[in-house]
Unconditional design. Structure first.
Length: 365
């Protein structure tokens, strides 16, 4: 079967690339061909001026000049290299295919994973199965992200969202908020499944690679968006903890001027940075997922993403890894993790999710 995957693909985010790569490899492991389909994302809800930063042209020049002024040359150059690295990774493994409206001979369209149903930038029709290149459409681990039912109603998108989801042959979601939204819209509770990174596990890649920084001092890995985790109170607490433990602070994937080392690496190399870290400090969903699959102790700060991260921690017996503030790092890292319990939870969720995906894909044949 020839499968087209619809998810975020050309983004400045290792986690998004890892989940796409994982789903492609899982589907290929089932004996199918799979590639991500290209599309143009809708940014209408950002407003006309802010939309300009997502296009290359005269209208975006001022935005990029402001970005350079606000962020400095080092961060700007790092992000330029990072985008180049991520695109090279996608090209290396042939992950990106045709533009969705030009794709030929697609037997099944899989929407997901990641926050494909979120509406904070604007409604992208293909995310909801509209004008898909195949008659049959399913969703694997789709998420509404921060979008809740009142947002959908406020934006007058109930009919648009419900109509698209209703037209899918099989529908699964990644988190509790997304399950509740679908239940409100369609009157039934969809299957919750695990993120593709947990589904695939990257065990071969984690076992095949060595320490990315051999012979160097132990390090504390920080994985957080560069627009977050830059409050002096937070960064001072993290630095104080690292100094007290003789750890270097390494930030792979995002630039933080306060880190000792900022690393540009591809998504599979990022997993090795996680694996060999003494500990991970993160405030992201995929940062937590990567800590789990690499079996690395983590301290997790939740922000507006609390609904999906707390459920992830709870499901794997890791609720005590959450920190209210980074002054709690000593207490969190002093607690032992029952990795056998975590591994058992991962295996259980992986089996349930794989069973659902196989049934959904087979049903579309």
């Amino acid at each position: 079967m020839n499968i087209g995957i619809v998810t975020h693909y050309d983004v400045h985010n290792h986690g998004a690339v890892l989940q796409l790569t994982a789903l492609k490899r899982v589907l290929e492991g089932m004996g199918h061909k799979a590639q991500a389909l290209r599309f143009d994302k809708n940014y209408d809800f950002l407003g006309h001026d802010k939309k300009a930063k997502y296009s290359i042209g005269l209208g975006s020049v001022g935005i990029y000049i402001d970005y350079l002024r606000e962020n400095g040359l080092s961060k700007t150059l790092y992000n330029f290299r990072k985008r180049k690295t991520l695109r090279a990774f996608l090209a290396k493994y042939g992950i990106i295919g045709e533009y969705y409206s030009e794709a030929q001979d697609i037997d099944l369209t899989v929407v997901g994973s990641d926050e494909v149903f979120a509406l904070h930038t604007g409604p992208t029709p293909i995310f909801f199965g509209y004008a898909a290149p195949s008659r049959r459409v399913i969703s694997y681990a789709g998420s509404f992200g921060p979008t809740v039912i009142r947002d959908i109603d406020r934006l007058n998108c109930r009919g648009f969202v419900a109509g698209g989801l209703k037209g899918m042959e099989a529908l699964s979601v990644r988190d509790e908020n997304s399950r509740a939204v679908v239940e409100n819209l369609l009157g039934f509770s969809p299957q919750r499944v695990c993120d593709p990174v947990l589904l695939y596990g990257y065990e071969r890649e984690l076992n095949a690679g060595g320490n990315p920084m051999p012979g160097a001092k132990p390090y504390l890995l920080v994985y957080a968006y560069d627009a977050r985790m830059n409050d002096p109170e937070e960064t001072d607490a993290i630095r104080a903890y690292a100094r007290s433990r003789g750890l270097e602070i390494v930030s792979p994937g995002f630039f933080h001027a306060w880190a000792d080392r900022n690393v540009d690496c591809d998504p599979e190399q990022l997993l090795l940075w996680f694996k060999h870290a003494s500990g991970v400090v993160t405030d992201t969903f995929h940062g937590t997922v990567m800590s789990i699959i690499s079996r690395t102790p983590m301290a997790v700060k939740t922000r507006d993403n609390a609904n999906k991260i707390l459920a992830l921690l709870d499901e794997h017996g890791l609720a005590d890894r959450r920190v209210a503030g980074f002054g709690d790092l000593d207490a969190v890292f002093s607690r032992e993790i029952d990795w056998k319990r975590v591994d058992n939870a991962v295996c259980e969720h992986r089996k349930q999710s794989m069973d659902w995906l196989k049934t959904a894909v087979d049903g579309a044949q």
